[in-house]
Write a new protein. Structure first.
Length: 289
DNA sequence: AAGCATGGCAACCGCCGTCGC
DNA sequence: TGCGACGGCGGTTGCCATGCT
């Protein structure tokens, strides 16, 4: 069953590309483009399969390829992106202009994975930081004013009441961020995992965030760096491409990642989320970019 | 200097999703 | 609706360079 690999065709060359082959491919693509990879080698006079041509072009011959060693910043970006996206090399590459998925994958396996393991001590430190954030979150219950309501969905998924349909336009986001404020009172000072914070924006529109402290702990540097990357991409993002929320039970994450969960998803300005996060009791020391 | 081990990286393989017929 | 062609992706392989003994 299944299609035979295209390179199984008789007479097709495999292995490293010669400079002559490279030149043929480059000049052909520059002249005619690469509308059909399978047909390309035949038309260009290359004894390669289309897949091989495509790979060679994408990973090596493309004019916008940034060659050379990865900078420290690049490597940090990869580590953070991998933390958020996992082994989705193409998604990571899309956020690093000029770098290919193959290159990033290689760098990860040869350098960064080892570095991560080596830095496991740092992860422990990060955990301690999260613990202090939790402490901060609990402490604020005695000082921060807000209203709370019960979350009714047993699965932990956002309830319909917490997924509001009214959405600000993208252009409104900055102003919303500046003026978001808490509703005036808190009915219960105890930490209760079934409560949500109700935040009102400048239009007096209620916006709900759960107070499940463990969910708050998921909103760490990774969240902010991903939010930043989404913001910098300057496009409407695809929720499926966004690693937050990790699960439907992460009510805060849902609320943060989606603009109240409608189909017309809008990404809030990161300042907005930071404002909400801090006002909701997140450590003001975070994020650290 | 020779042989072996290890690392780095280009390229390949096979699976999957999408699209057109 | 089913099927094949195709592109894209992630995992893996294998070659070559370098380091070590």
């Amino acid at each position: 069953m299944g299609r035979a690999p295209c390179c199984d065709k008789m007479g097709l060359k495999k292995g490293p590309w010669s400079s002559e082959e490279d030149q043929i491919l480059i000049s052909y693509v520059q002249k005619y483009g690469h509308g059909n990879w399978r047909a390309l080698p035949k038309q260009a006079g290359l004894l390669r399969c289309g897949k091989s041509c495509r790979l060679r072009w994408i990973n090596y011959l493309r004019p916008d390829i940034k060659r050379g060693n990865f900078s420290e910043e690049d490597e940090e970006s990869i580590i953070k992106l991998h933390e958020m996206l996992g082994n989705r090399w193409s998604a990571i590459a899309a956020r690093l202009p000029g770098r290919t998925d193959n290159e990033i994958k290689n760098v990860w396996h040869t350098h960064l994975k080892k570095r991560i393991n080596k830095n496991s001590d740092d992860i422990i430190c990060k955990k301690k930081k999260s613990d202090s954030k939790k402490e901060f979150s609990q402490k604020r219950h005695s000082t921060c004013s807000s209203t709370t309501t019960n979350v009714t969905d047993q699965s932990g998924a956002p309830t319909s009441s917490s997924m509001q349909s009214s959405q600000p336009s993208s252009s409104d986001l900055s102003s919303v961020a500046e003026t978001t404020s808490f509703a005036a009172e808190e009915s219960n000072n105890n930490v209760d995992d079934n409560k949500v914070v109700v935040v009102k924006d400048e239009n007096n529109m209620e916006r709900q965030f759960s107070e499940i402290s463990s969910n708050f702990l998921e909103i760490d540097e990774s969240f902010w760096s991903e939010a930043l990357s989404v913001e910098n991409s300057n496009t409407t993002y695809d929720p499926s491409e966004f690693s937050y929320p990790f699960s439907s039970s992460s009510i805060n994450s849902v609320e943060l990642a989606y603009d109240y969960g409608t189909n017309d998803t809008i990404v809030h300005d990161m300042d907005f989320w930071y404002d909400v996060f801090v006002k909701a009791g997140g450590s003001p020391e975070l994020p650290e970019f």
